[in-house]
Design a protein around this ligand. Sequence first.
Ligand code: PMP
Length: 359
Amino acid sequence: MNRAYNFNAGPSALPLAVLEKAQSELLNFNGTGMSVMELSHRSQAYDEVHNKAKQLLKEILRVPDSYDILFLQGGASLQFAMIPMNFLPQEKKAYFVLTGSWSEKALKEASKIGKTDVIASSKEANYTHIPYDFQTENLHDAAYLHITSNNTIFGTQWKKFPKTNIPLIADMSSDILSREINVEQFDLIYAGAQKNLGPSGVTVVIIRKDLLEKTNNYVPTILNYQTHANKNSLYNTPPTFAIYMLSLVLEWVQTEGGLLKIEQRNKEKAEIVYRAIDESEGFYKPHAHQDSRSNMNVTFTLPSKELTQQFLEKAKEQNLIGLNGHRSVGGCRASIYNAVPLEACEKLAQFMADFRKKY
Ligand code: PMP
């Protein structure tokens, strides 16, 4: 079987064991005589899948009972709009820490709905680091503070989260389930699934129940968080297959030994690739500052555009796929999410060393 070493940024690699399980159940799920995709979303067979995904997420991320877990659609991008629609009243302000393109997009959407402000930003430095140094004590008009825990495009990641009395909202699309977190530090966490959680199509929202009570009742029913919370994310037809895949990925996380094991492995994997950069005597230049390096997306540049092109072509010949940087920053990016095996990182590091010697 010729599986690629898949460094795609998202949609991205899924665990082979998960794909094989899905394959084995594709035509006849759990004795139903049909695929999960063909089940009614109101059937008991699907209900079990739905609730299992929710329960496993609760266990693995240690989500307290004071939070609800929702399965929504529209990607993380819809959350950029839904959050201010529900939680940004006219008299208040949404504060943002800008750490990359995705936080800019979240800010842009919130600005269409209400008042916003940027409390810290590394934009001037081309988003090379997380700006940790800011105060939130005097923001008496704050509705919430929004951060992006991992910056998929620039390859930076928050290593510690702000301690604040303001409701804290985090876009964790590209690093949820990659490390242990204390859910109680946050009021709302959201993540599109297509990196560490499963295929695209489902967006996970973890929300404090007391925040749920503050939703704006004038927003359309489908855009109100309460609608989905009250109906166990079955108000309308959910993305059943994506949620099924999520449940398989969560089972896989458990069989791999849980989140702490996954976190340790992710650190090890990232160290292998960063070492290849650091030992290259400046041939590969890291984009992110040392203290902000992402363990999910490793970004770097080569000495010229021509070498970058050659690097990508030669990598492809070795079955190392998806290493091109985002079109907005260029260079290279290795996305090494949970399902990317250690072996793929070793193979990449070896390729990087060999390429450097030759060129
Ligand atoms: N936030 C982050 C951090 C992302 O990486 C992405 C997608 N790559 C998004 C938001 C947008 O997600 P979606 O395409 O699911 O709307």
